[in-house]
Design a protein around this ligand. Structure first.
Ligand SMILES: [Zn+2]
Length: 230
């Protein structure tokens, strides 16, 4: 029998009762009291969280997804390095004359990291993040900074991870002509990465990766709620 009562989502930590702060579009919530991460859906459900790069004093914690996935390269076609002349318009080429090389059936297991907040740079940032090492550094118990802006839900994780995986292939030093890949997600957790706001961007601590405020939809609110007045 169905309940006749409406379920109401109270944004309060189910563990400690602390109010959970977030923006109206947020679906990932972090309890600054007990350090749990929760995701809203039918009800608030816990999601695993790791912390990294929070060594600086005045940090902003930004939420990312860290996805453990197997990437199957179904088909990958590269072309020869020497055929870069644009004066080929009217000539008819077939694979051989372009030195196309096709490789099949590569498979690798990888960790793919990309923003869980709304940004126009989600894929390019993901490709850059993939080159970095983000080892886990647990936060000191009892003192958690806020983590605001997590609006990318689990239902989009596979699609975005797949986009980042394509971006990683494109960014390799060979000349990619075609790529077809499949992705199987084994697990996804939230990675809270410490960033330092500069005048115009969030810089990910310990890296040269900057995410311009102009590319982050909620940059102003994230800064304000993290203790930076704008
Ligand atoms: Zn709590």
């Amino acid at each position: 029998m169905q309940s006749k009562y409406l379920s109401i989502t109270v944004l309060r930590c189910p563990d400690c009762g602390n109010d959970l702060d977030g923006l109206s579009t947020d679906i990932i919530f972090f309890c600054t009291e007990c350090g749990r991460c929760l995701m809203s859906g039918d009800k608030l459900a816990p999601v695993e969280i790791e912390f990294t790069r929070h060594d600086d004093s005045g940090i902003v914690l930004l939420p990312f997804w860290k996805v453990d996935a197997t990437i199957d390269i179904l088909s990958r076609i590269t072309r020869g390095e020497s055929r870069t002349s644009p004066i080929t318009g009217s000539r008819e080429f077939h694979g051989g004359s372009l030195d196309l090389v096709e490789s099949y059936s590569a498979s690798r297991r990888d960790l793919i990291i990309f923003p869980a907040f709304s940004t126009s740079l989600v894929l390019s940032t993901g490709v850059k993040l993939n080159e970095e090492e983000f080892s886990q550094e647990p936060l000191q118990n009892g003192k958690y900074p806020p983590m605001i802006g997590g609006s990318v839900g689990l239902e989009n994780v596979s699609k975005l991870a797949s986009g980042v995986a394509v971006g990683i292939e494109v960014s390799k030093s060979d000349y990619l002509a075609f790529i077809d890949l499949d992705i199987e997600v084994h697990s996804a957790k939230v990675l809270a990465i410490g960033c330092t706001p500069s005048e115009s961007a969030f810089r990910i601590n310990g890296t040269s990766i900057c995410i311009p405020f102009s590319a982050v939809k909620d940059a102003d609110d994230i800064l304000k709620r993290s203790g930076y007045s704008s």
